[in-house]
Design a protein around this ligand. Structure first.
Ligand SMILES: NC(=O)c1ccc[n+]([C@@H]2O[C@H](COP(=O)([O-])OP(=O)(O)OC[C@H]3O[C@@H](n4cnc5c(N)ncnc54)[C@H](O)[C@@H]3O)[C@@H](O)[C@H]2O)c1
Length: 282
């Protein structure tokens, strides 16, 4: 596992899912990385600290190479970052926005089949007014190296550090969506039940088969996979989650916006939009 950010959130996630794995912890603060590795190793984990800077592609490549020295990379936890009161607009954009994009881009090239990743975003990104569909798409798919040259990220467009942070987190959400299409393993429209079987065998069967084939996970979901999330949300461990929206769709929506399910003409868009349960454009 690659973990960036030896902070409390990163450690909590690594402790939850990292048993039995080599965990390579990258952090700009080598003291933080060392302290976390020490704490985890004393609790039976196998962690190795490494000094790394999320805002540097070379540093990210060095972290990946180090991790590959222990075997294939199957997990990425990105919990490194700076907050609006910790850093300048430039640093926030460089670390939280550009750095996360590069990390996803580079780890996406080497992650083993079936590998998964999580990057920690923040609710303040959701409070920012909506961007245009074109701006969202730019944040999602512009190559990382060109991101900071986008007009909407020019310094005169960014009001303050909170705005920079919100932009970075919005970008993180969009990048994860676009990367999901390539990784094939991050967060169906369709869960197999009797109702769904009728749909697949009915008039729109081809539409559904195409959706299964071209969504990142490449299959419909099962009711049990929905139940896992419900269990989390409804149990004590989900008590801090309220008023939230979870998309459990095998990546079909990600593919609809940024992958092979993207409609090519307006007619197709109209029918797919309504099939996906989104507001119809008819
Ligand atoms: N704490 C919260 O309330 C909260 C809420 C939502 C999201 N987040 C996000 O969660 C992530 C982790 O935050 P946390 O609360 O665990 O903070 P934290 O300060 O405990 O940990 C963040 C770590 O990132 C490291 N870091 C900073 N800049 C870096 C860089 N350029 N390269 C590599 N490492 C770097 C820091 O040294 C620190 O160890 C951040 O992205 C943050 O925005 C935090």
């Amino acid at each position: 596992m690659i973990l960036t950010g030896a902070g409390q959130i990163g450690m909590a996630i690594a402790r939850r899912i990292g048993s039995g794995m080599k965990i390579v912890i990258g952090d700009k603060s080598v003291e933080n990385a060392n302290a976390m590795a020490r704490t985890m190793n004393q609790a039976g984990f196998d962690a190795t600290p490494l000094e790394m800077d999320l805002s540097s592609r070379n540093s990210i490549l060095h972290l990946i190479a180090e991790a590959q020295g222990y075997g294939n990379i199957s997990m990425l936890v990105n919990a490194a970052g700076v907050s609006p009161s910790q850093a300048s607009v430039e640093t926030i954009l460089q670390v939280d926005l550009y750095g996360t994009a590069v990390l996803l881009e580079e780890v996406g090239k080497v992650i083993m089949p079936g590998g998964t990743g999580v990057t920690i975003s923040r609710q303040s990104g959701h409070r920012m007014p909506a961007l245009t569909p074109e701006q969202d798409e730019q944040l999602a798919v512009t190559p990382a190296e060109e991101l900071l040259a986008l007009p909407l990220l020019h310094p005169e467009q960014i009001k303050d550090t909170l705005h920079a942070y919100q932009m970075a987190k919005r970008c993180n959400v969009k990048r994860v969506m676009a990367e999901a299409v390539k990784w094939g393993a991050i967060s169906p429209g369709i869960v197999v039940t009797r109702l769904a079987v009728d749909e697949v065998n009915g008039q729109r069967g081809e539409f559904y088969k195409n959706m299964f084939a071209k969504c990142p996970v490449g299959r419909p979901g099962t009711a049990d996979e929905i139940a896992h999330v419900a269990e989390l949300l409804m149990g004590g461990k989900g008590s801090f989650i309220t008023g939230a929206d979870f998309l459990i769709d095998g990546g079909a929506t990600a593919s609809y916006f940024y992958g092979p399910l993207k409609p090519h003409d307006s007619k197709e868009k109209t029918s797919q939009t309504s099939e996906n349960g989104r507001q119809s454009t008819k």
